[in-house]
Design a protein around this ligand. Sequence first.
Ligand code: PLP
Length: 424
Amino acid sequence: MSDLFHRAQAVIPGGVNSPVRAFGAVGGEPFFVARAAGSRLWDSEGREYVDYVQSWGASILGHAAPRVVEAVQRAAADGTSYGAPTEREVLLAEAIAERVPSVDKVRLVSSGTEAAMTAVRLARGATGRPKILKFAGCYHGHLDALLVAAGSGLATLGLPGSAGVTEGAVADTIVVPFNDEAGLDAAFAAYGPELAAVLVEPVAANMGLVLAAPGFLEGLRRRCDEHGALLVFDEVITGFRVGRAGAQGLFGISPDLSIFGKVIGGGLPLAAIGGRADVMDELAPLGPVYQAGTLSGNPLATAAGLAVLDELTDAAYDVLEALAERLARGLRAAAAEAGVPVQVPIARTLVGLFFRAAPVVDYDSARAADGVRYADLFGRLLAGGVYIAPSPFETVFVSLAHTDAEIDRTIELAAAAFTAIAAG
Ligand SMILES: *Cc1c(COP(=O)(O)O)cnc(C)c1O
């Protein structure tokens, strides 16, 4: 074991500050990052990796993008936090509302978890109803009410929920399989009048990458309207990633509330909840739903977020899509050549990888994919200097700093890995 990991484990539970980082799903031990630039990471022992994690998608321009670094440095020189309003908070809220038509007003927070927590409380406060519906395998951060059948780290660890979450905390949470229209009908029939909100990742990206079936999201919008529940899109991954207006822009669906994170903070702690003005105005100080944060709208984070959004032009999304498409096509061809059954779903700029012959449509089919083969691929790529997510329940993130040559080299390494995997 590395000395650093040894020391980390003595003073940090598991040696990490977020569980997936521990490499539990893929074996081996985590490397410690020393620095990063563009598509590359260097670990504390000087090894270099092409990074397809990119802070779980937060670094869409690539690491240490000069625009972002300059913006943060300039901002820091003016003070790192005031706990008072700033112009950049207004600019960022305007930039979000301008890009995402369903968003009239925005409240900035510091993490996706906080945004989801606010969405749940706001939906309950605005509707006066108690229940929340979520989908198995969708992850909305680590708030108690949504830690049931959550994906991401929980999927990795195979835990059904979490210790420390009381039955009361999840008593009003209803879980339905993703893409299950009949399950939705049953849930709405049973709980419709009590439902405050339906939360969904419009492209599920925390149980691997799972696309909504055609009509599924439209059906959600219709049912929410019929029953007076709010539709909340969790666009923490998809927002400003799959396109300028996120997944809702791709599918042409207007949720009542949306939450954003990752890309919007440009790699700094920032997230947001936004939506219809009448609902958002239920938040304090205008309304009765309390919500607050010492570091909310942090000046460094808003500087980074604004710099990132400014770089995300239509041409930038074209570049990201072309990189993702090149990678997906190459991985499919390499696996087919080796005779290894895989599913490589793609959602514009997001790529998934499951070792499974049948399509993956929900959490059960995602969990039925071969995790041992994923771990094998992960280890072989890492040894070749390519870092993909240390868990099969995540996605592949390209950035604007990745190159065709890096993608092709990744495919070559993957091809060799698939051949070795096929040979058993
Ligand atoms: C990462 C993520 C969250 C939680 O965001 P944090 O900033 O890690 O709290 C919520 N929802 C989705 C879809 C995510 O991917």
